[in-house]
Every structure is written in structure tokens, then in C-alpha cells.
Design a protein around this ligand. Sequence first.
Ligand SMILES: NC(=O)c1ccc[n+]([C@@H]2O[C@H](COP(=O)([O-])OP(=O)(O)OC[C@H]3O[C@@H](n4cnc5c(N)ncnc54)[C@H](OP(=O)(O)O)[C@@H]3O)[C@@H](O)[C@H]2O)c1
Length: 239
Amino acid sequence: MNQNVMVTGAGKAVGLGFNLVLRYLESGDTVVATIRKPCPELEDLKKQYGEKLIILTMDIGNTPSVEQAAAELSEKLDHLDLLINNAVTVSPDCDKGFFDANLDYIARTVDVAAVGPMRVIKAFYPLLKKSEITGLIMNISSEAGSISKCYRTNMIDYGMAKAALNMATMNLVNTFKDDHSINIFCIHPGWIRTDGREDNPAPLSSYEAAGILQELFEKKRNDFIGHRFITNENEDYPF
Ligand SMILES: NC(=O)c1ccc[n+]([C@@H]2O[C@H](COP(=O)([O-])OP(=O)(O)OC[C@H]3O[C@@H](n4cnc5c(N)ncnc54)[C@H](OP(=O)(O)O)[C@@H]3O)[C@@H](O)[C@H]2O)c1
């Protein structure tokens, strides 16, 4: 069955979001790709896939922008079956440790990478509720957001943001617990060459990672009792 899928942060051709868009288009689904600025590679896909691809401008750090995008989409689609919260940002000091990083950057990263997906879920919830299957929300998290497995002294903003995203996910699991028309997970998507560099030691290309996730998401759609923080290998990951 074809579905309506939305992927945030899809405007970087070598990134995971763009490659998720590509995978779902290749499967015959209708895909909403959200971007902040024009992406020539998405325009090329638009020429190829026509109405199957909807490109939506949305800044997830800005509530009016998210609400405006949801209103715009509801003119074009009557429901969503899958929302993939993929967009993320990191601060320029992400690689620095506590004593060197400007801590004032942290709030912006958390605002975009953790509050952002919540803004998106709230605004697009009415469309997800209209899915005839279970409306699935997949929050792309990271092993870096695990508090119990934390080993780093850098990536403070990113780790804090992903830990907050995991907490947001659990809050929403509780919120939706009696409503089996919506399901939600956070997922570590694997170690991926999302910068597109061949010398990046990560084992997966963004296209390979997207294919693995696409298959996994369908396995999880109606799993209402399993652990909520999982990996791309369908393993439970500790919060
Ligand atoms: N690479 C890995 O090994 C790895 C491991 C674990 C988790 N992840 C997660 O996988 C996901 C994809 O990674 P990636 O490297 O492909 O991501 P990315 O390119 O760093 O970010 C994805 C997109 O998010 C967009 N974005 C940034 N700020 C935004 C905002 N305020 N509103 C809307 N969109 C915004 C960016 O758009 P612009 O192009 O406009 O800046 C970008 O295209 C992320 O959630 C990441 O944390 C990756």
C-alpha cells in the first residue's frame, strides 16, 4: 500500500533526509520533503516524480513557520501516514569540550533539534490522525542522546538535544498511550556518511541507511509495547 510520508530537513542531497525522500519516492509513495532553502537535487526529483513529491518550506525552530507549513500541506494532502523528524542543527562549538565551548549555543541546538520535532508533531498531528493505518512518528535521534551510555566530553549541545528529544518521545508515548491510531519512536539511525565524503569511516551511505530505516519503520508501525529507543538494527538502546 502506498503511503503519505513527510521528512523534515531533506534539503541536503548527501544527507539522510534527502535519501529517505528518494527511497520513499522509489517505492511509489507520496513524499513531503521539508527544506529551508532551495535544493537543486530536490527540484530534479520534482521533475521526475511530479505530484508525488511536495516540497515544503519550514523552519522547525520557528512555530509560525511550522504552523504555516502544516496549513499549506493540508490544502494538498488529506492525511499523513509517516512523519520522520530528521532535521537537526549543531553549534559551531559542537566538537569542543566544556571549558572551550560557548555554552550559550546550547539553547539554540536544543530548540531546533528537540523542541523542533515537537512543534512539527503538534502542527501535523491532525493529518497523522487521519491516516487509515497507524500514523507513525519516527524521531531521528542518536546514540549520542543516551544518558546512561554517555562517554563523550564534547558534542555537549548535540547530546543534550538528542537526550531531550528522547524525553520528548517518551512524554508523547505516554500522551498517546490509549490511542493506537498514533505510534512514536526515537531511533539511532546508524553511523552514516551524511557528509557524502568517501574518506568518512562511517559504514553506511545515506542511501543505504535510508533503505534500512524504511524497512524497519514498517516493522515498528504497530508495535505499541516495545522499547521506544531503538537502533537501525532493531535493537533496544538504553536511554
Ligand atoms: N550521520 C550520522 O552518523 C548520524 C548518527 C546519528 C544520528 N544522526 C542523525 O541523523 C539525522 C540526519 O543527519 P544529517 O547529517 O543528514 O543531518 P544534517 O544534514 O546536519 O541536517 C539535516 C537537515 O536539517 C536541516 N535543518 C537545520 N536547521 C533546521 C531548522 N531550523 N529547520 C528546518 N530544518 C533545519 C538542515 O537544513 P539546511 O540545509 O537548510 O541547513 C539539513 O538539511 C540527524 O537527525 C542526525 O542527528 C546522524
